[in-house]
Write a protein that binds this ligand. Structure first.
Ligand SMILES: [Zn+2]
Length: 104
């Protein structure tokens, strides 16, 4: 049997009360300083990027496309020219756009 020391360490780590720069209080172990409340708040805006694979997501953010409104300014042809963005991403993107009443 192999015991993974990293796992054991993680389980016994004590969570401490922390406060983020925006004043949210939350409990986290010291090596994980991300505030869950801030994480949740920024979710809706880049929600459509979360649907994509990381090459596709990087392709869009490298071109400053971090909102559906910006994405809607691209055509399908232009999007496929972006390095990392494949045809597989298109249905996901159009779905996300449709929910906002937009389209590519
Ligand atoms: Zn916060």
């Amino acid at each position: 049997m192999v015991i993974n020391l990293a796992d054991v360490g993680h389980m016994t780590r004590i969570k401490t009360k922390r406060t983020c720069s925006k004043g949210h209080s939350f409990y986290k172990s010291t090596d994980c300083p991300t505030c869950p409340i801030c994480e949740k708040e920024k979710k809706p805006e880049d929600g459509f990027l979360a649907l994509l694979s990381s090459p596709a997501r990087n392709a869009l953010s490298n071109h400053g496309v971090d909102q559906l409104e910006k994405l809607a300014q691209y055509s399908v042809k232009d999007l496929l020219k972006l390095h990392g963005l494949g045809k597989a991403s298109l249905p996901l993107l159009s779905q996300a756009l449709m929910e906002k009443g937009l389209k590519i």
